[in-house]
Design a protein around this ligand. Structure first.
Ligand code: IMP
Ligand code: MG
Length: 170
């Protein structure tokens, strides 16, 4: 059973809100959105279309979960960016910040490449689970602990196609 947490309409409203915040912050500066595969692809595709002007995208893939619902604590880089980011405004686009391990790793890795700026945009934030200090500049919804799925977010690769975000219940 999946219980709805955020409907597709609520999500679309939040995406528009985040896009306006981003536009307000960067103005007409060119942006690079870096989607973290695979969970962020649905969010990224909506966010991309909500930000007018000069916006490019690229993707990275990291792994800390495997098939389990608990982080292994080790982040591995599975796919790097195709483009250089030196001198560019970079926004990492994530589905969920949980412990913060993944984003801390990504910020550390990408900061070394001298971007003009680097920020995080995450649709969901499980704040009570945080063990690593990461600053999320553009944040969608704060959620409680519990495993969520839908709108690109999976449980063992399933449920990504749900148009809403829900929590798995027994
Ligand atoms: P962190 O490194 O612990 O912050 O984990 C972040 C990553 O774990 C996210 O990008 C998600 O892919 C995954 N994750 C965390 N919580 C959930 C969840 O409730 N459902 C599905 N994936 C999750
Ligand atoms: Mg992820």
């Amino acid at each position: 059973m999946v219980k709805v947490l955020f409907s597709d309409i609520e999500i679309q409203e939040k995406v528009q809100e985040l896009a306006s915040q981003i536009k307000g912050h960067y103005g007409d500066e060119p942006l690079l959105l870096v989607g973290i595969l695979k969970g962020s692809v649905v969010f990224l595709s909506d966010l991309l279309r909500a930000i007018p002007g000069d916006v490019e995208i690229d993707f990275m893939s990291v792994s800390s979960y495997g098939e389990s619902t608990e982080s292994s604590g080790v982040v591995r880089l599975l796919k790097d960016l195709d483009v250089a980011i030196e001198g560019r405004h970079v926004i990492i686009v994530e589905d969920i910040v949980d412990t913060g391990l993944t984003l801390k790793f990504l910020i550390q890795t990408l900061s070394q490449r001298n971007p003009r700026s680097i920020e995080i945009c995450s649709l969901l934030d499980k704040k009570i689970r945080r063990t690593k200090d990461v600053e999320v500049a553009f944040k969608g919804f704060e959620i409680e602990d519990g495993f969520v799925v839908g709108y690109g977010i999976d449980c063992a690769q399933k449920y990504r196609n749900l148009p809403y975000i829900g929590v798995i219940e027994e």
